[in-house]
Design a protein around this ligand. Structure first.
Ligand code: MN
Length: 339
């Protein structure tokens, strides 16, 4: 094991031998990589963005296998390791490790004891487990701030987005950043998606949140989202499960928070569920005091008590598949909450 300061010295001394694998879906993931870039000036094409599916872990594995780094440092940020993914993660870490690289893993999601025990074996530095105070970007910043506080605005902004601390004053900025990332993830795929996310990360690394690229991408999102929110408003429906009212809607190209907020506002739900028909992602949000994460875990996902997600390996869902999924969500929720 190494200390944070040693990691900082290692990667700032050798930015060209530093690699970042980070979460694709939100500002915490992008911000974590941006903080590393802020201090190291590492090349942007050394960043790889993934979600929480087996395919994602395998694509990161192919990326690393092609590069074959040795004597380098690979930092995972904001990536949750659930038990379903564990065998794929272990294989990836095994390969990185066998080439004499250093591995750091910085996360704030709940992990199982098995995941912690097994992944720890492969890591030189590991911060993991549910963290009620800090998101991944803040944990990354705490390590990197040996080099000063130049990335503080990134860490602070990530905290506000990840803990959903929107206010009248900051929501313009938070929504813009979150929705820009949503737009890139939904409208690009493969190497195009990587290119756009790296570009965004480069901009964010300079704390330039009012950048033209971000503003224009957000504008494009807004145009699309207006149409998509109208459709969601039409299809969202609610189910009474035990003492909770659960709202479920479907659609695509909408930021999860916006989609779930619409479902909650329309149907006065305790738990709101959004099914993304293109990616197959299922997102859960719940009122304070209601823990929605067990449903996500039942679908092989993970998350926090009030914000969780799962990504069953199905894409481009048709209406029958959406209906079947809704029935399955209600059935699973009944077994969790009914009493
Ligand atoms: Mn996060």
């Amino acid at each position: 094991m190494i200390e944070g300061e040693e990691l900082y010295r290692l990667i700032t001394a050798k930015p060209e031998m530093t690699y970042s694998i980070t979460h694709t879906a939100d500002f915490d993931g992008v911000g974590s990589a941006a903080i590393i870039v802020n201090y190291t000036k590492m090349p942007l094409d050394h960043i790889f963005f993934i979600g929480y599916t087996k395919e994602d872990i395998e694509s990161a594995h192919r990326w690393i296998s092609d590069i074959r780094p040795s004597g380098s440092t690979v930092i995972f940020t904001d990536i949750s390791a659930n038990d379903t993914l564990l065998p794929y993660i272990i294989r990836l870490l095994g390969e990185i490790r066998s080439n004499g690289n250093t591995i750091a893993w910085i996360d704030h999601h709940p992990w199982s004891d098995t995941a912690i025990k097994e992944i720890r074996e492969y890591c030189d530095l590991i911060i993991c487990g549910e963290n009620e105070k800090y998101c991944a970007a803040e944990l990354t910043y705490q390590i990197m701030s040996y080099g000063g506080n130049s990335a503080e605005p990134i860490a602070k902004t990530a905290h506000l987005t990840d803990f959903n601390l929107r206010t009248e004053k900051n929501k313009g900025l938070l929504d813009k950043l979150a929705c820009t990332i949503t737009f890139i993830n939904h409208n690009y795929s493969g190497s195009d998606r990587m290119r756009e996310l790296r570009r965004m990360t480069g901009i964010v690394s300079g704390c330039d949140f009012d950048n033209e690229f971000i503003n224009e991408t957000f504008e494009a999102y807004t145009v699309e989202a207006e149409r998509n929110l109208v459709l969601l408003n039409q299809n969202a429906e609610s189910f009474q499960v035990g003492r909770y009212r659960i709202g479920i809607g479907y659609g695509k190209n909408i930021h999860t928070n916006a989609a779930c907020a619409l479902i909650q506002d329309k149907l006065d739900t305790d738990i709101s569920v959004m099914i993304f028909t293109d990616t197959g992602q299922i997102s859960f949000r719940s009122r304070k005091g209601v823990d929605c994460s067990p449903i996500a875990r039942a679908f092989g996902g993970n998350g926090h008590p009030n914000a969780a997600g799962a990504n069953p390996e199905r894409h481009n869902l048709g209406i029958e598949e959406v209906d079947a999924l809704k029935r399955e969500i209600v059935r699973i929720a009944s077994s969790i909450y009914a009493m």
